[in-house]
Design a protein around this ligand. Structure first.
Ligand code: NDP
Length: 234
């Protein structure tokens, strides 16, 4: 069955891999971007998640072009790493506004559409390192673990209406976000990773696809780690 899917921050990285995979499955996929290039064959929709009017317009465009959103993947995210004592309010707030409030804005817009349809799948991109803790990432980790409380509370609100809300928690994945990690940081992280290598965007996309599938209708409020085993049991 072809569904209307919207993915934020999907012009590159994990979001784009999810978009390609779900489009290949036959879904109608809208790729949220901020002016970045969108590959041919995918519907590009401008969506700045720090701006509510941009988010609302994006949902209107998606509904007009491919039908009301049935699957939302809240993927847009940033890092602004630095040690706490060097972290200014701006740096902290920027990460919160994108990774947490941005999810709040997009999920609220999606939920109002999905409640009317009494069906839907919401998948949020969290982080395995967020749960484990990661030096220099107090801002980022705070947002990524906050998504768990957000998702579980929302799971209660939306569950009776056939809408599920789940988290995917990737470990280190090879994208632009991690390309500047120092060799030492990468080595240290790989030591904590049983599989012993970074993951690929497609490996994360496969997990998102599963949680977004019709078959995953009895899974909600869950965290699916995609981290090669890093942080097992956390
Ligand atoms: P990338 O840096 O490769 O891509 C980030 C995407 O988010 C880009 O499309 C970017 O758009 C978009 N984005 C950033 N800020 C905004 C905003 N304010 N409004 C709309 N879009 C925005 O990241 P990844 O693909 O690696 O990460 C995707 C998600 O997965 C993130 O939430 C990240 O935290 C999470 N994650 C990633 C891990 C990794 O190792 N890579 C590990 C754990 C979690 P633009 O091109 O315009 O900048």
């Amino acid at each position: 069955m072809s569904r209307s899917v919207f993915i934020t921050g999907a012009n590159r990285g994990i979001g784009l891999a999810v978009a390609r995979m779900m489009a290949a499955d036959g879904d109608r996929v809208a790729v949220g971007h901020r002016g970045g290039d969108v590959p041919e064959g995918l519907l590009g929709v401008r969506c700045e998640v720090t701006d509510q009017s941009s988010v609302d317009e994006a949902f209107e465009t998606v509904a007009r072009e491919q039908g009301p959103v049935e699957v939302l993947v809240a993927n847009a995210g940033i890092t602004r790493d630095t040690l706490l004592l060097r972290m200014g309010d701006d740096t902290f707030d920027e990460v919160l506004d994108t990774n947490l409030r941005g999810v709040f804005r997009t999920v609220r817009a999606a939920a109002s559409v999905m409640l009317a349809e009494r069906r839907g799948r919401i998948v949020l991109l969290s982080s395995a390192l967020g749960f484990l803790g990661s030096p220099g990432q107090t801002n980022y980790a705070a947002t990524k673990t906050a998504l768990l409380g957000f998702a579980r509370s929302l799971a209660w609100e939306l569950g009776p209406r056939g809408i599920t809300v789940n988290l995917v928690a990737p470990g280190i994945i090879e994208t632009d976000m991690t390309k500047d990690l120092s060799d030492r940081r990468m080595r240290d992280t790989m030591r904590m990773t049983p599989v012993g290598r970074p993951g690929t965007d497609r490996e994360v996309a496969a997990a998102v696809r599963f949680l977004a599938s019709e078959d995953a209708g009895y899974i909600t409020g869950a965290v699916l780690p995609v981290g090669g085993g890093i942080g097992m049991g956390i």
